[in-house]
Design a protein around this ligand. Structure first.
Ligand SMILES: Cc1ncc(COP(=O)(O)O)c(C=O)c1O
Length: 445
């Protein structure tokens, strides 16, 4: 299914935000929880493909997909049609206690991916963090162990269990402890920190050795660990792709010690890497995968996929009132149908976007690195003189781009994540590159 909107262009016709947008922002500010970030003043009104119109009629090209969520773009006819049909039939019956065809169909689809995992069972939730909580419970239930390991830079959600695993920014944790006991964090091998003279694959293996010598020998015996949670590509932490040897090494460690390996694919899954799940991209079979974000193209849905031999919890041990509601399941099935057909395009167009960004890096030394498969691309900014991250310039670039009709979003310390709707084609990439080039020339660096 090809992108239907390939002739649209960004249009800026008012000051940004415009008068209607300013009014809504004012009303919002009066009641909104102060914890919300509100990255910039986008007041979305409607969307089509990779483009979002604000309430003042300005049109923006979206290179962040509402934080890697709007996988099929806005108002994809196949997904919208499926949602409308489900709304007309039944919204809710509670998948924990009863059945719908869409729930069964979604599980069949999810069960068919990552064949390396063998037969699977599926639990449907509403959000990423709920999928993580469920995976933590499942790991404890199945292994009868209590401990968990995750990685510095990792983001797994904001509820207390998931937050105990999260270690990307201290503001997410500050004042919210104590966290659940028995969580240890290891170093995630960022290839940009690989010492001279060492290959990145050796660097990945060194990170595995470090787990043995710093954690297993000193902090927590592996026999205490129920599961190791890892994002196969760190998202919030900076779009960092580890060496394959690291993920393979984790698989080996887990096999050696009876630990479950959980891939948090809430950001990297559903086609983002050009493969349905990053587990397929790396050819490493975890025991459990968590999914959410892009799964429903924006309808709230999360999932736990586990090896059948691992999802052993008994009747009534875990459930969710809204998890897998009929409308979200219909959106997810339709999303997967679209994404399944687009995987080669995502790989091609992702490579094209990467090349365009690398071309920009050749003339703008502030771009220190462009990395990542498919449409999970990080463009890291660093001060070329000091080699240090430049968070303020990243913020400035986001704002500049926004005012020119391009939606960008940062991650890590100063990395711009390119996570557009997966329907993004060359037309959109060329526009994004052009606007970005203008912004970089204007940027105060
Ligand atoms: C890798 C990863 N895990 C978990 C989450 C939490 O998902 P949610 O915000 O749906 O709870 C996120 C959200 O950014 C994520 O990127």
């Amino acid at each position: 299914m090809k992108n239907q909107t390939s002739s649209l262009m960004p249009i800026i016709k008012t000051e940004i935000p415009g008068p209607l947008g300013r009014e809504i922002i004012k009303r919002d500010a009066k009641f909104a929880s102060p914890s919300l970030i509100k990255e910039y003043a986008l007041v979305a009104d409607r969307g089509q493909g990779c483009f979002i119109d604000d309430v003042d009629g300005n049109r923006f090209l979206d290179m962040m997909a509402g934080i890697a969520v709007s996988s099929t773009g806005y108002a994809h006819p196949h997904v919208t049609g499926a949602v409308k049909e489900a709304i007309d039939r039944v919204w809710h019956i509670c998948g924990t206690d009863f059945y719908t065809e869409s729930y069964a169909r979604l599980m069949e689809k999810l069960g068919s991916y990552v064949p390396q995992m063998g037969n699977k069972k599926v639990f449907l939730a509403n959000t990423g963090t709920e999928a993580i909580e469920g995976a933590m419970k499942l790991a404890r239930y199945h292994t009868k162990r209590k401990g968990f390991m995750s990685f510095y830079g990792g983001f797994h959600g904001r509820t207390l269990g998931a937050l105990s695993l999260t270690a990307s920014k201290v503001k997410y944790r500050d004042n919210f402890g104590p966290f659940i006991p028995g969580v240890v964090h290891g170093r995630f091998p960022n290839p940009s920190e690989c010492p001279d003279g060492m290959s990145t694959e050796e660097f990945g293996l060194k990170a595995i050795d470090d787990i043995k010598t710093t954690i297993f020998d000193r902090v927590m015996a592996p026999s205490e660990l129920a599961a190791i949670f890892v994002e196969p590509i760190q998202g919030e932490g900076g779009y960092i792709t580890p060496p394959r040897s690291f993920l393979k090494g984790l698989r080996y460690l887990c096999d050696q010690h009876g630990i479950l390996l959980v891939f948090d694919e809430i950001q990297s899954g559903v086609g983002r890497t050009g493969h349905m799940f990053a587990a397929e991209y790396f050819d490493v079979a975890p025991d459990i995968i968590t999914s959410a974000k892009g799964l429903g193209s924006g309808m709230p849905i999360g999932a736990i996929l586990a090896k059948e031999s691992v999802m052993t919890w008994g009747r009534g041990t875990h459930g969710s009132t809204f998890g897998g509601n009929n409308v979200s399941c219909a959106a997810a099935v339709a999303t997967l149908e679209v994404v399944e057909k687009m995987l080669p395009d995502i790989r091609d167009n992702g490579a094209y976007l990467t090349q365009c960004l690398k071309n920009l890096a050749a003339v703008h030394p502030i771009i220190a690195d462009v990395r990542g498969p498919g449409f999970m691309i990080g463009m890291e900014l660093k001060d070329p003189k000091t080699g240090l991250p430049v968070p303020e310039l990243m913020g400035e670039l986001e704002q500049l781009a926004f005012r020119k009709g391009l939606l960008l979003l940062g991650c890590g310390q100063s990395t711009i994540r390119f996570a557009p709707p997966l329907v993004c084609g060359r037309h959109e990439i060329d526009i994004a590159t052009k606007i970005l080039a203008n912004c970089l020339s204007e940027l105060n660096h």
